[in-house]
Write a protein that binds this ligand. Sequence first.
Ligand SMILES: Nc1nc2c(ncn2[C@@H]2O[C@H](COP(=O)(O)OP(=O)(O)OP(=O)(O)O)[C@@H](O)[C@H]2O)c(=O)[nH]1
Ligand SMILES: [Mg+2]
Length: 348
Amino acid sequence: MDEFRVPDTGLHILILGCMSSGKSTVLNALLGRGVFPAGNRATTAQVFRIIHDPWCKENVCRNPSESEDWHPLTLERLASYNGSMRENVPADIRLCLPHLEKKRTIVFYDTPGPNTSKHDEHRGETYFALEKLPLTHIFLVLDMAQLHTRDEEALLQDMGRVAALRGGVPVLAIINKADVIDVEKESVADIVKDVRDTVAQHLPEGANVDVIPVMAKGAEVWRRMIDRDPLTVFEVEFGQYIDWRLCEAMRDASVMPEEIRVSVAEQMEEWRRLQKFSQAFRSSLEYLARRVHPEAELINKNVSKILDYADCRRAITGSGMVALEEYIDRLTVNRYAVPLRDDLKERA
Ligand SMILES: Nc1nc2c(ncn2[C@@H]2O[C@H](COP(=O)(O)OP(=O)(O)OP(=O)(O)O)[C@@H](O)[C@H]2O)c(=O)[nH]1
Ligand SMILES: [Mg+2]
């Protein structure tokens, strides 16, 4: 436990959720890069401690089980750490999440899904984090396509038990993979209400439960498209489609401070206008290029970039990721402190 000392930043967020619900993808989306190993089976094998340091110049990582040296943060390096760390000695990652505005250090913990029958040690790692770390918040990542499973129920029960022991920990339920919702057939408001009630049932009376639906994979892909990061064929396809009505329904149904809803609505409208403007501008230039001016083709390429950029920014805003970031920014200005109870400290 000695080597596992946490700097006192005041905000410690545990990312908790069943296997493959998208915990690591949420972190990739916040970072705008694919560095946390993510996949369709039990992927994260141990706890990763992530320190968001707004002044950090280079994103780095290290595996204290091997050495104290820091290295540039890459997917390959994190994949090599995953599963090779000593028990309950997480890898350290120091990075700057570029889309958070408030300049305050935050500690996040990425955890393995505890519900893998093959890997008991994954469960041990996650429960160590849940029970022993000095947490102020839990971000519970739920899979929209896998709500109300037995595994989810078991996790909620344990989360509630620990939250009660700690005297209450505020929970944000992130309903991930919201892209699978068919807004013609399903009510996002009903889904959000159901999730909120289910989570609240497991927490001590009066505990705070907010809910934000997100499309984490979409947000990651659109951010990487803006950066011209190479994407797989699957990712390119994934990034091609977005249902704007669904985005609006997600925003309206979210249980979060009203200022965030207003801010997200304004941003979506701004990007929509820029999208329309650049589309109109592009049509005129296409006409010019064909009929009048051969150089117009060159200008047209730049306009396409603006159009792509506006498309991506509107999609990122609609994905729920901007709401999540504004939510995190607000946490950094509020003062939260959920002290560890003495008996928990002793056991740690
Ligand atoms: N459709 C859809 N798929 C997503 C989304 N976010 C993540 N996924 C996919 O879900 C799978 C699991 O994602 P991970 O981020 O590895 O999930 P995890 O919760 O970290 O999983 P473990 O580390 O195994 O506990 C991956 O194949 C992702 O591409 C999303 O917003 N929509
Ligand atoms: Mg993971």
